[in-house]
Design a protein. Sequence first.
Length: 142
Amino acid sequence: MNTIFVKEYEQPRAWYVIDAAGKPLGRVAAKVAAILRGKNKVTYAKNQNMGDYVVIINADKVAVSGGKEQKKIYYHYTGFVGGLKAQSFETLIGRHPTDPLRLAIAGMLPHGRLGRALMDNVKIYAGSEHPHAGQNPIAIEL
């Protein structure tokens, strides 16, 4: 029996929309990462971009528990001496509403060329409106 290899350009791609309002940050990120990798398909290959496109709306209303609004810290190093910057979840979501979800999803994907290509397939929006209605995305409930 031969192994069947599907080429990336032959793989049919679907569009999904997820409403993140009131949903836990980690659960949304884990579900999106699995869809982006293509783990919900029988043609899954860990070294290929076989996943679907995901549109996330209401990213600014994502929930965290246990007082993580103040306790969860995001770090950024500028590359200079003494350049370690830190900000809380509350500050980051106020300044850049889509960044906590984007960082959580990116952390669950491969850290390399494939992971960067997979991140191009996720579209994150702070509000409830998105410009991808022409692709007829399928709504997913968590």
